[in-house]
Design a protein around this ligand. Structure first.
Ligand SMILES: [Zn+2]
Ligand SMILES: [Zn+2]
Ligand SMILES: [Zn+2]
Length: 322
């Protein structure tokens, strides 16, 4: 009986602390306070999110909040002295064990926040203010739906219920920011839609990045080299990890352009887009060269290889048959 009571207390610590961390960190982001505070905000929101996810795991089974459930023991849990589960593994366990479905967007926002948190020393606050707000906004709505859908509101203590109500208001505040910003760029965006393909920005996640010469997000101002933007797009929007794809022998879907040779081609829907020269192909217009693996425009009697590989083969044949 005594043990039960202690565990119940920890339950409220996790969820209450998680919400506390998050709620106390939002003002500096909404009000554009100084750099130092913004850093702590990112740290605290990230910590708060993880605590809330862990609480749902703990409700499933307390060993699930251990990095290695096989070595879990109750004494360590009560003292808090153990290696706890990482964000990545938390999400996997929530999906596989608790059968909780996250949307791609929710998953990538939570991971992106964690990435920001891990690079906090190199964090530049003037970086892109709107991108941070937009990211935090997405994280908040993800965590708000998580709390309301996967916990029983009525079982929470009044203080926790108050925190959840507060979170709902804050989510609205951030949504309001997004709405205002979108209204600000409305005309610009409409003109861009007439002239260019518009894709989701890998920094702020809004669908406000025209694939144009400038390659600059209208919502948050993010821009970089075409290769970098394309690479971030594949990672943040499409959810691929170059490291994992290479490790598992898969294909990281960022290809060399058959037109400008920049490694900036991504596949979106039925089309390939080059972020560098802005060329667009329908997916059936390009094939993968069986020699070098690059994309090329296939034609009859091309032997399934690209022109470069073809002329390479010819040069070698010439050498062997002088
Ligand atoms: Zn953006
Ligand atoms: Zn190109
Ligand atoms: Zn080739």
């Amino acid at each position: 009986m005594k043990k039960e009571k202690k565990i119940t207390k920890i339950e409220f610590d996790l969820i209450e602390n998680g919400l506390d961390f998050i709620l106390s960190s939002l003002e500096p982001i909404l009000n554009q306070k100084n750099d130092g505070q913004l850093k702590y905000s990112i740290l605290h929101i990230s910590a708060g999110v993880e605590l809330i996810l862990k609480e749902r795991l703990r409700q499933e089974h307390w060993t699930l909040i251990f990095d290695n459930p096989n070595s879990a023991n109750e004494l360590d849990m009560l003292s808090g002295d153990f290696q706890s589960v990482s964000l990545e593994t938390s999400l996997l366990r929530l999906e596989n064990v608790c059968k909780i479905q996250f949307t791609d967007r929710e998953r990538s926002s939570l991971k992106e926040l964690k990435k920001k948190r891990n690079k906090i020393e190199h964090f530049q606050v003037n970086e892109i203010d709107a991108a941070i707000k937009s990211l935090v906004s997405r994280v908040l709505s993800a965590i708000f739906s998580f709390v309301t859908e996967h916990f029983y509101y009525k079982t929470f203590a009044p203080r926790t219920q108050g925190q959840i109500d507060d979170l709902r208001k804050k989510v609205k505040g951030f949504e309001e920011f997004t709405r205002l910003r979108l209204a600000q760029i409305k005309d610009e965006l409409e003109t861009a839609i007439e002239n260019y393909e518009i894709v989701n920005c890998p920094k702020c996640y809004q669908e406000t990045l025209p694939v144009s010469n400038e390659l600059q997000c209208l919502f948050c101002g993010f821009t970089d080299s075409p290769h970098k933007v394309a690479e971030l797009y594949v990672e943040n929007i499409q959810g691929y990890s170059r490291y994992l794809e290479l490790k598992d022998g898969g294909h990281f879907p960022l290809d060399q352009c058959p037109n400008c040779y920049d490694e900036s081609v991504v596949e979106i829907g039925d089309h390939f887009y080059c972020f560098s020269c802005m060329e667009v192909w329908h997916r059936i217009q390009l094939a993968e060269c069986s020699g070098c693996g690059n994309l090329y425009e296939p034609h009859d009697d091309d032997n399934d290889i690209c022109d470069a590989c073809e002329s390479d083969r010819y040069t070698r044949w010439e050498k062997a048959n002088p």
